[in-house]
Every structure is written in C-alpha cells, then in structure tokens.
Ligand binder design. Structure first.
Ligand SMILES: [Zn+2]
Length: 291
C-alpha cells in the first residue's frame, strides 16, 4: 500500500505537489469483474430529505467553472457530477423518459437511495461535490458541476456525460452513494468497460483515473472498499450511460453504502464529508498530475 501524504494544514498546493511523487508509487494490479452488478444505487424508495438533516448546500455554485486561484492544477478542467437531483422524485415522467446510454437506452435518471434515517443520496452527493469543487479550485483547477443546486430535475445521464465532453474535461467523476444490503459496507469505483464505438477512447485513461481515486479514497476516507460487490473496490461496467456517453476519462465513485449503519453514520457527519472531499480531491489531483 503506498504511503500517503499526511493530511494537515499544509497548503493545497504543497499537498497537491506532493502527489506527483506519490502517484509514482501506484501499481495497478486490481482486476475487475465485467458486466453489470446489482449495486448500482437502485431507485429504491423515493427519498424525501428529512427536515432534521443539516444542509450546507445553499452556497451558490458557479456553473461554467472558473479557476479560483493559481495552483498546481492550473489549466486543468474537472467535471464533477453529483448523482441524481432533489426534484427527481417529483418528476417521474421526465426521469423515466428513455435517453441514449450507449448501444441501448436507459431512463433519464433515477431518484437514488437514502439512509434509513432519510438522508437522501442526492443531497449527500451534492454536499460532497461542492466540497470537492472547493478543494480543486483552491489548487487552480477549473471545475464544472453538472447541476446548479439540489432542487432541480436531472439532467439526464446522457446530458451529464455531455457536460464533461463539452468542457473537454481532463477528468470527470460521478459522485454517488450506493443502496446495497444493510450488512455490507464500503465504497467502490466503477470504470467503463469496452463498448465498441463508445468507450474505446476512454477505457484506458478511465481505468487510471479510477485507480488513483480508489487509492486516495481508501487511504483518506476511512471507508473500506466494498465487501458486498466489486473486486476490492474496483468494478467495470458496460451498462451505465453516464460512462458510455463520455468522451473524456470518467468514473463513478460509489462513496459508501447508505443502507449500512456504519457508512451512513459517516455520511451524515459534516466533518467526515470534509475528510472524504479531501480524499476525492487528492485522487483527482493525483491522476491529473501523474507522470
Ligand atoms: Zn446514485
């Protein structure tokens, strides 16, 4: 296991620069099982955010992306896709409409999962994505989010991929949380498999992105890799429109299992979300600054 840089009050730039060396330690040996798996956060119950959950998602996002400062990620473009949206449950017609997802079509979007206490995945995804954006912008990256807030509907999965393509992103990541079995915990990274005519151009780079993200998230988040699916936290799928329609390196990060009490307790903790955002940002920076 590579030695990770200590996390502390160092400047983002210093931390990110240190990634250049740690990235060299990466050895990719994980093989992933192809094909669909049952853990793609199912539409499950319609999540209605509970009134008691904290929310710090009211800060307004800057669509279009604007580098906040100079840093080691200057000139790099990252698209962060917070999975689902807060208005999806109330718009079934839009959400169920079929859209291009590669060789086949899939539903525009789903509503996502939630914790047993009612903390919705779409809200968690949004909150974590905003925190990741802050960190990447502090390192000089231009960051584009695929939605403006957590109140809307969609965008559809093909549009989410299209935003990354339009931005000519150097890396794109969809932030999700899984709705797996209560007894299973942990995170997994989903990378695109070979889909002729669709993912040929991104499979290799996406795998590299996935491996960097996997390593940093495993080290920094405190969440183990999933014990109920995937292969030590790495999965490959050919059925996800968000990956098949992407022309830029892209992966999904299923940050944990919302149905598991241990994972859910972390996700509901604002301090942990900061820690997780550090880890996600480090994974992206590590990939972007690789030799
Ligand atoms: Zn999801």
């Amino acid at each position: 296991m590579p030695v990770s840089a200590p996390r502390g009050p160092r400047s983002r730039a210093t931390r990110a620069l240190s990634l250049a060396s740690s990235a060299l330690l990466l050895t990719a040996a994980c093989s992933a099982s192809p094909g669909a798996s049952p853990g793609d956060d199912p539409t499950a119950a319609l999540p209605l955010p509970g009134p008691g959950e904290d929310t710090d998602a009211s800060d307004s996002p800057r669509e279009g992306g604007e580098a906040a400062s100079e840093g080691p990620l200057d000139s790099r473009v990252v698209v962060i896709d917070p999975g689902h949206n807060g208005g999806n449950a109330a718009a079934p017609d839009e959400i169920h409409a079929m859209v291009p997802a590669g060789p086949n079509q899939k539903a525009c979007d789903t509503v996502g999962t939630e914790t047993t206490s009612g903390y919705a995945e779409h809200e968690f995804n949004w909150q974590l994505s905003v925190l990741v954006r802050e960190r990447l912008e502090a390192d000089g990256a231009t960051v584009v989010l695929t939605r403006d807030d957590n109140e809307g509907v969609g965008p559809c999965i093909d549009e989410r991929a299209g935003i990354g393509n339009e931005a000519e992103a150097d890396a794109a990541v969809s932030i999700h949380a899984d709705g797996g079995p209560e007894s299973g915990r942990g995170f997994h990274v989903i990378m695109p498999g070979e889909v002729s005519g669709y993912t040929d151009d991104i499979v290799e780079e996406s795998r590299l992105l996935g491996e960097h993200l996997h390593r940093e998230y495993l080290e920094g988040s405190g969440v183990p890799y999933a014990d109920y699916l995937a292969d030590e936290g790495l999965d490959v799928r050919t059925d996800l429109g968000g990956l098949n329609m992407s022309d830029v390196p892209k992966v999904f990060l299923e940050t944990g299992n919302m149905r598991n009490p241990e994972d859910a307790a972390l996700m509901r903790d604002p301090a942990w979300r900061e820690q997780a955002a550090d880890a996600v940002a480090e994974g992206l920076a590590s990939y972007l600054m690789r030799e």
